[in-house]
Design a protein around this ligand. Structure first.
Ligand code: NAD
Ligand code: WQD
Length: 345
C-alpha cells in the first residue's frame, strides 16, 4: 500500500537527513524543507546514494508563512510532519536570543497553524534532554521535573513543548509526539551523510574527530573533578541512526492512530551513561586512532551527569537503541575521513 507523504523540516540537517533515509527505507515519500542555514544541498546526493531515492526538496524558511503555504499547495498529500528545523547552538543562543526565539518558535507555530487547515494528522517534535537541566535522579524518566532553562536555546524547547500541549488541548485536529533526545552522535555507516559542524565545533564528538584527523591540535576535556565515578561528566550518547529509526515509528503511530493519547512524550537514549573519558577510550579502541587531549577547566553551564531511562519508549514504541558505542565511534570516524576525502575538512 502506498504510504502517506511526510514533510521533514530541517531534513538536510544532521538528524533530519538520517531520518529521511529511514523514512524512505520504510516506504514513505518525503518532502524536505530547509533554508540551508546549517546544511547544504549535497546532503540530498548523499541520501540518494544510500536509498536510491531523491527526496523532494524545497529551499525555504519555515518562519515564512507564505512559503510554507505554497509548499502545502504544491504537496497536498502531506499527512505527517517531523519538525527538526531549529537553531541549535547553545552558546550562540546566549548572544542572539531573539534569533533563537524567533526561528524556533515561529517555525513551530507556522506549522501548527497550517496543519489543522491542511488535514495533517500529526507532528513529531525534536526536543532535548536539556529540559531536565541537572536532574535530581538518574536515569531520567519523562516524569522528571522540567528545570529552569539555562539558555535561550533550551528555553525554546521548553516553550515549544508547552505550545504544542496548549494547541492540542485547545482541540486541534491532530496528534503530536515529542521526542527528547539525549546526545546524538555518529553518522550513517555508509559515511554518505553525517554531522557538518559550522566553524569550531562546540560538541564533543565533532571536536574529537577533528582532533584525531589533525584539524585541531588537542581536545580539551572540560573538568575531571566532577562527582562521578571517574570525575568526568556523564552523558547518554545515542547513535543517530537508532535515533532516526524512532521517528519512523513515531510517524506510523500518529498516522495509523495507534495511540489513544493526542500528545505523547518519549526519552530517546540508550539508558547507559558514559563518561567523557570513557567515550574517548571507546573511540580509540574502536578506531585504533589516538586522540591528543588535555584536561581543561570545567565549561560554564555544563550538566554533571544525565542519562535516560528509555523504558517508556522501549515498551510503548517498541524501539530500542541497538548500536554498540564502538560501531558508532567507527561511523563518526569514517564520516570524518570522508569529509577529508571530499576536501571539506
Ligand atoms: P542541524 O542544524 O544539523 O539541522 C537543523 C536543520 O534545520 C538545518 O539543516 C538548518 O539549515 C535547518 N533550519 C534551521 N532553521 C530553519 C528554518 N527557519 N527554516 C528551514 N530550515 C531551517 O541540527 P540537528 O542536530 O539535526 O538537530 C535537529 C533538531 O534536533 C533541532 O531541533 C535540535 O534542536 C534538536 N536536537 C538536537 C540535538 C543534538 O545534539 N544534535 C539534541 C537534542 C535536540
Ligand atoms: C558533552 C560533554 C562537555 C566538548 C549539548 C546541548 C544540549 C543538547 C546536546 C540540543 C560535556 C564535554 C565537550 C569539548 C569536552 N543539544 N566536552 N570537550 O553539553 O551534553 O549538550 O548538546 O538539544 O542541549 O547543551 O553536549 O557534546 O557539548 O558535551 O570535554 O570540546 O563533553 O563538557 O561534558 P552537551 P556536548
Amino acid at each position: 500500500m502506498k504510504k502517506d507523504m511526510i514533510l521533514v523540516t530541517g531534513g538536510t540537517g544532521y538528524i533530519g537527513s538520517h531520518t529521511v533515509v529511514e523514512l524512505q527505507k520504510a516506504g514513505y515519500p518525503v518532502v524536505i524543507v530547509d533554508n540551508l542555514s546549517n546544511s547544504n544541498k549535497e546532503v540530498l546526493d548523499g541520501i540518494e546514494r544510500i536509498t536510491g531515492i531523491r527526496p523532494e526538496f524545497v529551499e525555504a524558511d519555515c518562519t515564512d508563512m507564505a512559503a510554507l503555504t505554497a509548499l502545502f499547495d504544491k504537496y497536498p498529500g502531506i499527512k505527517g510532519i517531523i519538525n527538526f528545523a531549529a537553531s541549535k547552538a547553545v552558546g550562540e543562543s546566549m548572544q542572539k536570543p531573539i534569533l533563537y526565539y524567533r526561528n524556533n518558535l515561529n517555525t513551530l507555530m507556522n506549522l501548527l497553524d497550517l496543519m489543522g487547515e491542511r488535514g495533517v494528522k500529526g507532528i513529531v517534535f525534536s526536543s532535548s534532554c536539556t529540559v531536565y537541566g541537572e536532574p535530581d535522579v538518574n536515569p531520567v524518566t519523562e516524569a522528571a521535573p522540567i528545570k529552569k532553562a539555562t539558555s535561550p536555546y533550551g528555553n525554546t524547547k521548553q516553550i515549544s513543548e508547552e505550545i504544542i500541549t496548549d494547541v492540542i488541548n485547545a482541540g486541534a485536529p491532530f496528534k503530536s509526539i515529542i521526542l527528547r533526545y539525549f546526545n546524538p552522535v555518529g553518522a550513517h555507516p555508509s559515511a554518505e551523510i553525517g554531522e557538518l559542524p559550522n566553524g569550531v565545533p562546540q560538541n564533543l564528538i565533532p571536536y574529537l574527530t577533528q582532533t584525531a584527523i589533525g584539524v585541531r591540535k588537542e581536545l580539551s576535556v572540560f573538568g575531571n573533578d566532577y562527582n562521578t565515578r571517574d570525575g568526568y561528566c556523564i552523558r547518554d550518547f545515542i547513535d543517530v541512526v537508532d535515533l532516526a529509526r524512532a521517528h519512523v515509528i513515531a510517524v506510523e503511530r500518529m498516522l495509523e492512530d495507534k495511540s489513544p493519547e493526542k500528545i505523547e512524550i518519549f526519552n530517546l537514549g540508550t539508558g547507559n551513561g558514559l563518561s567523557v573519558m570513557e567515550l574517548i577510550n571507546a573511540f580509540e579502541r574502536a578506531t585504533g586512532v589516538k586522540v591528543p587531549y588535555k584536561i581543561a577547566p570545567r565549561r560554564a553551564g555544563d550538566i554533571e551527569q544525565v542519562w535516560a531511562n528509555p523504558a517508556y519508549a522501549n515498551e510503548v514504541l517498541g524501539w530500542k537503541a541497538e548500536t554498540p558505542i564502538e560501531d558508532t565511534m567507527r561511523s563518526a570516524w569514517a564520516w570524518q575521513l570522508r569529509l577529508r576525502e571530499r576536501g571539506v575538512m
